[in-house]
Design a binder for this molecule. Structure first.
Ligand code: ADP
Ligand code: ADP
Length: 232
């Protein structure tokens, strides 16, 4: 398992005349097996941090390293490969393909990575999120919580080093949110994967080991376990 490191990462949008510094020299690490929540007001740079750390966007300056790999040194093709093979994503809106079954959705990252999905890998990932019996269902036949669990299985099926979750419980009720977070926590603990989750919800953040609070493109606070919904 690899640690993800950000060294003095800045991201500036726009040109000199009208520029926005979305990230201002961020240095931090996300260790293998750790679960970090990123909080902070709207516009503070949380999404930009997630995108730069996940190799979806390139910083203006600074370095992002996954283990020994400097993402800045990879060309687009290699960066895409790295994302497909070593990084998983979970979104607030699940982003499942509605025409495909749950199992086919889970198999997608393996297909995109050019691997032939072994039935065991897809079934194993579905079983891991408690949906072994739902593989043949389409997203429209599943509840919101079940859809997010399919999305989680899809994010994990390649056994990525790091999983990025952008408001993963934003569309779920509180009981379903807790189920999804408990699963995320369990999977990560079992496989020593790194999770970085953006959330506005203190209850969700309390599932993490560490909370980073962002304001104006900087990390202004770092809270560590034990965390409670009241302390974050
Ligand atoms: P958050 O996720 O905390 O709401 P963002 O990372 O989305 O914050 O945005 C940080 C800042 O960068 C904001 O001022 C936002 O308007 C600006 N920003 C984000 N994306 C872009 C973009 N593609 N072009 C220009 N400005 C952007
Ligand atoms: P064992 O250690 O008993 O061989 P694993 O825990 O590695 O088993 O895997 C058990 C099942 O869970 C396998 O079918 C595998 O496909 C699935 N699995 C393993 N790792 C992950 C993961 N990170 N995310 C999702 N599914 C996984």
């Amino acid at each position: 398992p690899d640690t993800l490191r950000l060294r003095s990462v800045s991201k500036v949008y726009g040109s000199a005349a009208r520029s926005v510094t979305a990230l201002n020299q961020i240095t931090t690490e996300f260790r293998a097996g750790s679960f970090t929540a990123v909080m902070g007001p709207s516009g503070s740079g949380k999404s930009t941090l997630l995108h730069c750390a996940a190799g979806l966007d390139r910083p203006t300056s600074g370095e992002v390293l996954l283990g020994d790999t400097d993402l800045g040194e990879l060309d687009e093709t290699r960066l895409t490969e790295l994302r497909r093979e070593r990084i998983g994503f979970v979104f607030q809106s699940y982003n499942l393909v509605s025409a495909l079954t749950a199992a086919q959705n889970v198999a997608l990252p393996l297909r995109l990575a050019g691997r032939r999905p072994q039935p065991g890998a897809v079934d194993g990932a579905l079983a891991e999120v408690g949906l072994a019996a739902r593989g043949a269902h389409r997203p429209s036949e599943l509840s919101g919580g079940e859809q997010q669990r399919v999305a989680l299985a899809r994010a994990l099926v390649t056994r990525p080093a790091a999983v990025f979750a952008d408001e993963p419980t934003g569309a779920l009720d509180s009981k379903t949110s807790r189920d999804v977070l408990t699963l995320l926590r369990a999977v990560v603990d079992r496989h020593r994967q790194t999770v970085v989750m953006v959330t506005h919800d203190p209850v969700a953040a309390a599932y993490a080991d560490r909370v980073l609070v962002m304001v104006d493109g900087r990390i202004t606070q770092e809270l560590t376990a034990p965390l409670t919904a009241e302390s974050v």
